[in-house]
Every structure is written in structure tokens, then in C-alpha cells.
Design a protein around this ligand. Structure first.
Ligand code: AMP
Length: 199
């Protein structure tokens, strides 16, 4: 099972992805977390992507596709994974499709988290400084939203056309959004396979 989480920065995808991955016993792959770990370790890759990330720009498609190609082959992905923050451009989505097809695999569903712009800006404001992310300053947050609209939002139509898009209302508390997500997931999976995670 390969699930994609799509939505603007600040919508709460990461929190939901980590909880759902635990409930389903599948891997949570956050490309942002992976890249931040590279930057923190001072690796060659980390040094290459640091400035782009600090400025709220995307790292090159080839770089991130290669990371995903390797990561999805790791043993914790055997039952599947949630891709959180990937793909972020149409070429990334096309590369993912091709990669999975070569493995006789495919995407099960893409969950799009929707939030009104007002709420989004409020959440991003609340996040400022809390997670100690360099890209959470106000001007970089604005840039990241712009990049999302330009480069990532076209994936909404892309996955809708593929018949894979499921929209989730992202308004409300973490628990409320999670129960909406579970209800949507149960339409795809029999309920006994979802450990509703009373956590
Ligand atoms: P995130 O934590 O998902 O918001 O990602 C933080 C930053 O990592 C982004 O602003 C990009 O610079 C980079 N990044 C994460 N995922 C991708 C991706 N799929 N494609 C390009 N850049 C990415």
C-alpha cells in the first residue's frame, strides 16, 4: 500500500501521517525530515540542499526522486508507506508512477488535506519558532506557500485525473481530522486492518 499525503505547508500532514502509519503498520516517509537530517549531519547532500531549503525552494527533482527510490526499498516499507511531502511537482509524480510500475506496484490513494487560507496562516504563525525550523520565518513561509501553489497544487488535478484523489477537511483538532482520515481510509481497507489507534 502506497499512500500520498498532499496539502500546503502548515496543514498538519506530518502529524496525521505519523499517526496513521503507526495504525496501519506501514512506514512514514517524510522527505522534509530526511533532508533536514542530511543538513544536520553535514553530508554532501545536506550541504547541496541547505540553501534551497532555508529559502523555501524545492530541491531538484532528480535528487529527491533518487532518495525516494532508495528509501522505498528499505525493509520497513514491505507493507507499504505514507509519502509525506513527496511528490511535490508533476515530474516527481511521473517519476514515482514509472518507478512503481517497474516494481509492479502503484499508488493506492492520494489524500489531499484542505484548509482555508485564514486557518493556514494562523497555524503557520503559531508554528513560528516552535519547531526551530529555519524555514519557518514569516517571509520563508510566504515563499513556501507560493512554491506550493505554483509547483505542487497542479498535482491535485493530476491525481484527480488518475482517479486517486480523496479530499479531507483539515479544519478542526488533530483528533477530529484524524477521524475523518480514518473514515476515508476504511473505505479503501477493511476496518479490521486499521488499528484505529486509540493513541
Ligand atoms: P517539508 O518539511 O515537507 O515542508 O519540507 C521542507 C523542505 O524540504 C521543502 O521546503 C523543500 O526545500 C525540501 N523538500 C521536501 N520534500 C521535497 C520534495 N518532494 N521535492 C523538493 N523539495 C523537497
Amino acid at each position: 500500500m502506497k499512500i500520498i499525503f498532499l496539502g500546503p505547508p502548515g496543514v498538519g500532514k506530518g502529524t496525521q501521517a505519523s499517526r496513521l502509519a503507526d495504525a496501519l503498520g506501514i512506514a512514514h516517509i517524510s522527505t522534509g525530515d530526511m533532508l533536514r537530517a542530511e543538513v544536520a549531519s553535514g553530508s554532501e547532500l545536506g550541504n547541496k540542499v541547505r540553501t534551497l531549503m532555508d529559502e523555501g525552494q524545492l530541491v531538484p527533482d532528480e535528487t529527491i526522486v533518487e532518495i525516494i527510490e532508495n528509501r522505498t526499498l528499505q525493509s520497513d516499507c514491505i507493507n507499504g508507506c505514507i509519502l509525506d511531502g513527496f511528490p511535490r511537482t508533476v515530474p516527481q509524480a511521473a517519476a514515482l508512477k514509472e518507478m512503481l510500475a517497474a516494481r509492479e506496484d502503484g499508488i493506492s490513494a492520494t489524500y489531499l488535506f484542505n484548509l482555508s487560507e485564514d486557518q493556514l496562516l494562523k497555524r503557520l504563525e503559531g508554528r513560528r519558532g516552535v519547531q526551530n525550523r529555519k524555514d519557518d520565518s514569516e517571509d520563508v513561509q510566504v515563499e513556501r506557500l507560493k512554491v506550493y501553489q505554483e509547483k505542487t497544487a497542479p498535482l491535485i488535478d493530476y491525481y484527480r485525473e488518475e482517479g486517486l484523489l480523496v479530499e479531507i477537511d483539515g479544519n478542526g483538532t488533530i483528533n477530529v481530522v484524524y477521524s475523518r482520515l480514518l473514515a476515508a481510509i476504511e473505505k479503501m481497507l477493511p476496518p479490521e486492518e486499521v488499528n484505529a489507534g486509540e493513541n
